[in-house]
Design a protein around this ligand. Structure first.
Ligand code: NAI
Ligand code: MG
Length: 475
């Protein structure tokens, strides 16, 4: 039996300051709010840095800086704006190892994922939207589509730098200026991005970063100087924002929760499907809005699939996120861990059967083993609510019609996966699934050219691709 030797990525490449101010008008400024909080490494509970929690006066200052920068930025020829975006994209590539380590330290995700998935996609988004900046007249929104003004953007903690890229790249390409608030548990890569804006000589005020929690986010989205709000996070907060913006002139896009079905038909290649199931729910500890958290497997192959899945889960390595061999990193926060535990306990209490592979759990930090529930009924909380953790609920079906019925039996509609070798069945399913993205014989695959977004309680508006421009243009 071969054992893996430890293969830790060095953290020396990142330089974390003990304390950060706010990034407003191209400068680091001291907040007027006295509130400061620590951000920790969820794998060790070690304090990484202290950040400011911006108050209303700080948010106001940031929005004013963005408003002041807007006329020159929006008036600049698109080809000139593109140069800045290309420059940012190249700096991200050059600094990608450093940013990947920083993301892993602050978020808990495996370095393998931050290095191979998050960072390449972050750079790709900036490259992609840089390419649109001088072609907006050909994007299908009329000969001279205009930007909206100041965008207030609030993002979550699961893909901190990637969600920043999804928000900032299209906003800037279209000529808007932004104030972005990262999540309270993962502010560090957004603060590193502020330095990248300076390195790229981005005009002051075009990008402003204010750190803080829900109150800072609320101050930002409700600020009268904000023309467009983009939010990614929980459905609960999305609903609050929709309510407070109703009746204002602000444009709003919401990317909220999900409870995606990953549907495996009996003719699917099982080994490949098992990899897709694992990637669907255990990628990023299941902290993924489009995670394949409900496995719908055709009854005739359910036994075989579950056996292969359990065998595969026994080989996943949970532990130090900086180790290059780690598959499952830390849960992002104590709060999120409590939520995953609570829902898993509800699953058992409601009668589903719980299984996890033997898996040593580190003494410090926040961890949850990969978990599979079988015997799940559609009425169970673990089949209805977003767990946002490494927990898979398994249900079965007999016919394609039953698979569609069960897959769509959710208040959400962000994504779905279908595994079959039959092209006709694939298309039949895709046209009936009420989900913004349907993956075919793959899962959790992202591309900046491809629009992403939800139906129903998963939100509205699209990010990515040509469609993603629409959210930042007056059309
Ligand atoms: P959250 O929705 O509270 O946080 C997301 C962002 O919104 C953070 O930056 C937060 O500071 C900000 N925020 C919170 N309250 C706000 C308000 N009233 N106005 C404006 N901004 C506000 O999500 P949280 O509490 O971190 O996680 C709770 C649950 O939400 C998770 O367990 C998960 O199920 C879900 N979630 C879903 C995400 C997704 O991408 N679908 C992302 C994050 C969380
Ligand atoms: Mg919250």
């Amino acid at each position: 039996m071969f054992e893996y030797a430890p293969a830790p990525e060095s953290r020396d490449i990142v330089d974390i300051r003990p304390s950060y101010g706010l990034f407003i008008n191209g400068e680091w400024v001291e907040p007027q709010s006295e509130e400061r909080h620590k951000t920790i490494n969820p794998a060790t509970e070690e304090v990484l840095a202290e950040v400011a929690w911006a108050g209303e006066a700080d948010v106001d200052r940031a929005v004013q800086a963005a408003a002041k920068a807007f006329p020159a930025w929006s008036g600049m020829p698109g080809a000139e704006r593109a140069k800045y975006l290309f420059r940012i994209a190249r700096i991200i590539q050059e600094r990608s190892r450093e940013l990947a380590v920083l993301e892993t330290l602050d978020n808990g995700k495996p370095i393998r994922e931050s290095r191979d998935v998050d960072l390449p996609l972050v750079a790709a988004h900036f490259f992609y939207y840089a390419g649109w900046a001088d072609k907006l007249a050909y994007a299908g929104f009329g000969p001279d589509p205009r930007p909206l003004g100041v965008a207030g953007q609030v993002i979550p903690w699961n893909f901190p730098l990637l969600m920043l890229a999804w928000k900032i790249a299209p906003a800037l390409a279209c000529g808007n200026t932004v104030v972005l608030k990262p999540a309270e548990t993962t502010p560090l890569t957004a603060l590193a991005f502020a330095d990248i804006c300076r390195q790229a000589d981005l005009p002051p005020g075009v990008v402003n970063i204010v750190t803080g929690a829900g109150e800072t986010g609320a101050a930002l989205v409700n600020h009268p100087g904000v023309d467009k709000v983009a939010f990614t996070g929980s459905t609960e907060v999305g609903r609050l924002i929709a309510r407070s913006l109703a009746g204002t002139r602000k444009k709003l896009t919401l990317e909220l929760g999900g409870k995606a079905a990953n549907i495996v038909f009996e003719d699917a290649p099982i080994d490949q499907a098992v990899e897709g199931i694992v990637n669907g729910i255990f990628f990023n500890q299941g902290h993924v809005c489009c995670a394949g958290s409900r496995l719908l497997v055709q009854e005739s192959i359910a036994g075989d699939v579950l056996e292969a899945l359990k065998r595969r889960l026994g080989t996943l390595r949970l532990g130090d996120p900086l180790d290059k061999n780690t598959d499952i990193g830390a849960i992002n926060s104590a709060e999120q861990l409590a939520k995953i535990r609570e829902l898993s306990e509800a699953g058992e209490a409601e009668g589903a059967e719980r299984w996890s592979p033997a898996c040593p759990i580190p003494d410090r930090g926040f961890w949850f083993p990969p978990t599979v529930f079988t015997g799940v009924a559609q009425s169970h909380r673990i089949a209805r609510e977003e767990i946002f953790g490494p927990v898979l609920s398994v249900l079965t079906f007999r016919t394609p019609a039953e698979a569609v019925e069960k897959a769509n039996n959710t208040p959400y509609g962000l994504s779905a996966g279908v595994w079959t070798e039959k092209g006709s069945l694939m298309l039949w399913m895709a046209s009936r699934l009420r989900a913004g993205v349907v993956w075919s014989n793959t899962f959790n695959r992202f591309d900046p050219a491809s629009p992403f977004g939800g139906y129903k309680e998963s939100g509205y508006g699209r990010e990515g691709g040509r469609h993603g421009l629409e959210a930042y243009l007056d059309v």
